[in-house]
Design a binder for this molecule. Structure first.
Ligand SMILES: NC(=O)c1ccc[n+]([C@@H]2O[C@H](COP(=O)([O-])OP(=O)(O)OC[C@H]3O[C@@H](n4cnc5c(N)ncnc54)[C@H](OP(=O)(O)O)[C@@H]3O)[C@@H](O)[C@H]2O)c1
Length: 217
């Protein structure tokens, strides 16, 4: 039976101890070769989703760079619509399709500021973006495959609702430790190991000093 939402791939690079970031500082975890792999993957999906903290820390372009291919639609989850007008995503939204998914919390000021840009604003949710509704809307727009590019809070939001179909994780040769590091999955976490079905390992890829693991939910 076909799902009533797009296929969702959670993609991330983490340290050997499962961290994806150090506080609110931008860090480069993966190698150039792994970036090429990720960009090939980006070119195959319809949309890339990120959370507001990832935007604030990394100020990413979220386009396809290291390979030739089409840019997916960039989708930012930003409850209050506080994305800076100077961010790379806003500055490039006339060239690359962009969606800001926001909520009822967005102020009139931020709404009218964002409405001046050639991007789409989707209001769904009261205090945080309703990801189930959002996926339905994206599917209605014809999006079949979505790449979830974090961070940890967004990953949890999707995993806890059973909205992830595949995980592609690069294990990088670093250890960060520390309670101020962001882990692959944040939030309150599952009650125990059996709250989610055991993942199925589909593929392992060695890229230099890194290991890419492919799991299905
Ligand atoms: N290594 C990697 O592969 C990788 C990949 C991605 C990110 N990162 C890192 O991860 C860090 C950020 O992770 P994070 O866990 O702090 O934040 P995050 O997941 O990037 O963003 C979470 C924020 O998104 C907004 N949001 C709106 N609706 C949401 C919903 N339904 N579910 C979840 N979030 C929603 C909320 O902010 P508002 O209330 O303001 O809307 C929320 O606090 C950054 O340092 C970044 O560099 C690493």
């Amino acid at each position: 039976m076909e799902k009533s939402r797009p296929y969702v791939i959670l993609s991330a690079a983490m340290t050997l101890d499962g961290k994806i970031a150090k506080g609110r500082t931008k860090i480069k975890l993966s190698s150039k070769n792994d970036k090429i792999r990720v960009h090939k993957l980006r070119a195959k999906v319809d949309g890339i989703l990120i959370g507001k903290n990832t935007l604030d820390t990394d100020n990413p372009m979220l386009n396809v760079r290291y390979v030739t291919g089409k840019n997916p639609v960039r989708i930012l989850l930003d409850s209050r619509g506080t994305i800076k007008s100077s961010s790379k995503i806003i500055q490039s939204c006339s060239k690359i399709s962009t969606i800001i998914a926001t909520t009822q919390l967005i102020s009139k000021k931020n709404l009218s500021r964002l409405e001046k840009f050639p991007l789409e604003i989707i209001k769904c949710g009261k205090s945080s973006v309703d990801v189930v509704k959002l996926l339905k809307i994206l599917q209605k727009k014809g999006m079949k495959k979505i790449l979830l590019e974090g961070g940890g809070t967004l990953n949890w939001s999707f995993l806890k609702r059973g909205l992830v179909d595949e995980l592609i994780i690069t294990i990088t040769p670093y250890i960060l430790g520390g309670s101020d590091s962001v882990t692959l999955v944040e939030g309150s976490g599952f009650k125990n190991l059996f709250s989610m079905n055991k993942l199925k390992l589909k593929k392992i890829q060695k890229i230099g000093n890194e290991l890419v693991v492919y799991y299905r939910t």
